[in-house]
Design a protein. Structure first.
Length: 245
């Protein structure tokens, strides 16, 4: 049985991920943006899931979320599922929050970051970036390129941790829209597998996955110079450095 935190788990893919992990007998902690939103996962909490709360778009609340998570003890895996397509908030929620959680939570054995096939159209440039989200400087695609690059940086710098990025497909969730063409029932399978399996294919860090198949990411993802530039920019904004080794 593994202890696993799933961010953004009150609906959509995150909720499905948490539910499947509970079905498999794992010790799951769900995350909601506000205390009121925890009511959406009351059934999971009644089945034994723990709960943490914090708005990932607000840096002070992300820091508080770190404290809540660390107070629960070390996790075996963290699935950074939470995301938004709100243009002004894509950087705080999709990139800054997983960076701070990664850097400040007690280091787990496995880290899984939700990416997207759209990351391939992201721009590998940080000039003029506004991590605060006060103005819309970057797109959803950019944010997914950045978080996938964060995954690769973690895999390079932390050899004792398995880090992966997952494209869950374009599925009919609240964020994806009802007309999304991919199968929602498959959207959480890869994350669950990566967080729990001993399959040798999943024990090689730094990979980008789609439906349990490893695929090549945007070339910038594996560029160590771009990884370091991204980490330096995030550290300068947050005041939190990602420790090496």
């Amino acid at each position: 049985m593994a202890r696993i935190l799933v961010t953004g788990s009150t609906d959509g893919i995150g909720r499905a991920t948490a539910a499947r992990l509970l079905d498999q007998g794992h010790d799951v902690v769900v995350h909601a943006r506000t205390p009121a939103r925890l009511s959406a996962v009351r059934d999971l909490i009644e089945r034994g899931a723990g709960g943490v709360v914090g708005d990932l778009g607000r840096l002070p609340e992300v820091r508080e979320l770190v404290a809540q998570a660390n107070a629960l003890g070390r996790f075996d895996a963290v699935i950074h599922n939470a995301g938004t397509m709100d243009r002004a908030m894509v950087l705080p929620v999709n990139v800054v929050a997983p960076y701070v959680l990664t850097a400040q939570m007690e280091r787990p054995d496995r880290l899984i970051y939700l990416s997207s096939g759209l990351h391939r159209s992201g721009r590998p440039g940080l000039a003029g970036i506004d991590w605060r989200g006060n103005r819309a400087t970057d797109s959803y695609s950019d944010s997914k390129l950045f978080v996938t690059t964060l995954m690769a940086a973690v895999a390079r710098l932390w050899p004792d941790v398995l880090a992966h990025a997952v494209d869950p497909g374009w599925v009919p969730t609240r964020m994806g829209g009802r007309s999304a063409p991919d199968d929602l029932s498959l959207a959480d399978l890869t994350q669950v597998w990566l967080a729990t399996t001993d399959d040798p294919a999943a024990l090689v860090s730094g990979r980008y996955w789609f439906h349990q198949q490893s695929r090549p990411p945007h070339p910038a993802v594996e560029d160590a110079s771009f990884q370091d530039e991204l980490l330096a920019s995030l550290a300068a904004y947050t005041g939190v450095a990602l420790a090496g080794g």
